[in-house]
Ligand binder design. Structure first.
Ligand SMILES: Cc1ncc(COP(=O)(O)O)c(C=O)c1O
Length: 432
């Protein structure tokens, strides 16, 4: 079932980006993350081209590196003209090591440590996205100590819940991220920032959710944020020069999913910002977007080897693979849905229902519940599709399972960008 754009079946076998999945599994072993670098680049360019085409003001696309972070991805997105966002000192360290320009890095997080704030300000990141009054005090103090000015934006909860039917729930106030608009908290907080001695307010930010298939909540968020900027100008006399509308564009995990195209969403958001700017006679802000999943999600898959197949008559058929929640915790976390394919016989008739289980000592270690597949034999390869986002970056060493390697494929050629962990790697931090 072809739900990834660059996955194809040729001569009875599965190819990703022109390379044979089963040959790569033989060469690198399993479990194995494969990512089509060409598709990642194409997704970056879809954002770049659409924002240049539809937005008349300045724009910056930032790859949300929480989706998949390693040196190679920062280099790839940078080459495509993107900056990145980071949410920890570790991501910042990796992005800088990969050569990302500090001014193109935005630092997020609802509880950045003072050490991280110091690292970010010392590196000269483009923005620290403030999340609380407490954080403002720390940022302002550390900036004074370092003798620098802190360029900040503010994470706003615009009161839009993209996952409710009418997109105007108040539920989003109940979020650990940011400051709320409708309670007056955000406005008061911005008043405080404007008083801070070593901090410059450069922008506003919002992120309304993830895996969103509808363009309307994005448009609504852009309108609400622009109206808020106009209100702030009225109240404080400040013109804020940047609006960051976050990420959240969904991808196809199942054949039934019908995601927006990147271009559609960028276009609608850009038009909404331009219309609002005209309505409020507001100068066009620099428009920032922070896509993560829609850059890498549908460029990646994970290859496993099937171990045991257990048929429990009248109950369930379990097929266990040599990875699981350690390389993909998303089912265990929130019952995320995935599609699977047998790469050595992708077109075989699917006549048996299986639950694909991982190898960890945890009943919740499931990858896919109840999927129709061909009758599976132990020793076969099995691919879980669309695992490019929030898989490697969420992987763990639970049960001391070493993490799989990541291999980039580009036009049929392949190169490892993260090597397989060894037992020694897993034990490396243990002290005698
Ligand atoms: C602040 C922020 N920006 C961007 C993203 C990326 O979202 P997505 O991967 O859905 O595009 C997230 C995801 O959680 C986020 O919290």
């Amino acid at each position: 079932m072809n739900i990834m754009k660059t996955l194809e079946t040729k001569n009875g076998e599965l190819l990703l980006g022109g390379a044979s999945v089963s040959k790569l599994a033989k060469e690198y072993g399993t479990p194995l993350y494969l990512m089509d670098e060409e598709e990642i680049r194409a997704n970056c360019l879809r954002y770049e081209n659409a924002i240049r085409k539809y937005y008349r003001g300045e724009a910056l696309v930032l790859y949300a590196s929480k989706a998949f972070s390693c040196k190679a991805i920062y280099r790839t997105v940078r080459e495509c003209g993107l900056g990145c966002d980071v949410v920890s000192g570790g991501e910042l360290y990796t992005a800088l090591a990969a050569g990302m320009e500090p001014e193109r890095i935005f630092f997020h997080g609802n509880n950045k440590t003072e050490t991280e704030i110091r690292e970010a300000l010392s590196a000269g990141v483009g923005r620290i996205v403030l999340d609380s009054a407490e954080e403002l005090r720390t940022v302002d103090r550390v900036a004074a100590e370092l003798g620098v000015r802190a360029a900040v934006s503010v994470r706003i909860k615009p009161g839009i819940d993209a996952h409710t039917h009418d997109f105007i729930a108040t539920g989003k106030i109940d979020s650990k991220f940011g400051v709320a608009l409708e309670t007056g908290e955000a406005k008061a907080f911005i008043g405080e920032i404007l008083q801070a001695k070593h901090t410059d307010l450069c922008g506003l930010h919002c992120h309304i959710g993830s895996q969103i298939f509808d363009t309307r909540p994005f448009v609504r968020a852009a309108e609400v944020m622009m109206a808020f900027m106009a209100e702030l100008r009225e109240s404080y006399g400040c013109t804020i020069g940047e609006l960051n509308v976050g990420g959240g564009v969904g991808i196809r995990y199942l054949a039934s999913h019908d995601p927006l195209t990147i271009e559609e969403n960028v276009k609608n958001t850009a038009l909404a910002v331009m219309e609002a700017a005209e309505r409020f006679n507001y100068p066009l802000p620099r428009l920032c977007m922070e896509p993560g999943r829609s850059i890498v999600g549908d460029a990646g898959l994970t290859v496993y080897t099937v171990g045991s197949v257990k048929e429990i008559p009248g109950v369930r058929n379990y097929v266990s693979v040599d990875g699981g929640m350690t390389d993909n915790p998303r089912f265990a976390l929130y019952e995320a849905a995935y599609e699977a394919v047998l790469p050595e016989r992708p077109e075989a008739a699917r006549d048996t229902v299986y639950t694909v289980a991982g190898r960890c000592c945890e009943s919740g270690d499931i990858l896919i519940r109840d999927i129709k597949l061909p009758k599976i034999r132990p020793g076969e390869l099995l691919c879980v599709l669309s695992t490019g986002a929030y898989n490697y970056s969420m992987a763990s060493n639970y049960n001391r399972v070493p993490r799989p390697p990541v291999v980039f494929i580009r036009n049929g050629a392949h190169r490892p960008v993260v090597r397989r962990e060894t037992y020694a790697d897993v034990m490396a931090k243990d002290l005698d």
